[in-house]
Design a protein around this ligand. Structure first.
Ligand code: COA
Length: 159
């Protein structure tokens, strides 16, 4: 069987995906819809990192999303995302969102997410993914913390 090439975190990281908040993105209280934010986290940004790493179609299996502040019309959301860890068929992508108002020159933290994607083969069964090599101190910390989150879900599954 052909050996899979391991990848570094940097190879697949997204440094600056952005989305300008538009009137159609707003809920009744004039702030960004949670679903719009999730669409970007899961499909537009996180899924791309997982698909780039695995070279496969990936589906969302689990998501932990923390939204600490609302985003408003006129702001631009910036997404940073990178692969924290890969196991057999699953991969955890960590993401951070900030909002920039270019007129007021402000930058605000909006939230973060840890999303687990599963790579699928042509029959839509989970398929093995390459390992990831953490290089920097931050990447190594995220790599360890991802294993803690996995251990937590596995304990919960057993209980
Ligand atoms: C992805 C899917 C095919 C996998 O089904 P399955 O064969 O039952 O396999 P499981 O879900 O038990 O496990 C698959 C992987 O997910 C991991 N996983 C399962 N539950 C998890 C959770 N709550 N948190 C983190 N990882 C989880 C498993 O550990 C396994 O990873 P590994 O192979 O690296 O060890 C199936 O769950 C599915 O189709 N889900 C729906 C996905 C979807 O439609 N998402 C929305 C649209 S993108």
């Amino acid at each position: 069987m052909k050996k899979m090439r391991t990848k570094t975190v940097r190879e697949t990281a997204v440094e600056e995906a952005f989305h300008e908040v538009e009137p159609k993105d707003l809920n009744a209280s004039d702030t960004l819809f949670g679903g719009e934010l999730m669409h970007h986290l899961l499909d537009k940004v996180g899924g791309k990192v997982a698909q780039h790493h695995s070279g496969r179609v990936c589906v969302t299996r689990h998501a932990e999303i923390d939204i600490a502040a609302s985003a408003y019309l006129g702001e631009t959301l910036f997404f940073k995302a990178s692969l924290n860890r890969a196991w057999e068929s699953s991969m955890e992508v960590g993401m951070k969102v900030t909002a920039v108002d270019f007129q007021k020159v402000t930058l605000r933290y909006i939230g973060n997410a840890y999303v687990t994607f599963v790579a699928l083969d042509d029959e839509r069964r989970p398929v093995a993914v390459p390992a990831v090599i953490p290089r920097t101190l931050d990447q190594k910390r995220r790599y360890r913390e991802a294993e803690d989150r996995r251990a937590f879900y596995r304990r919960k599954k057993k209980s």
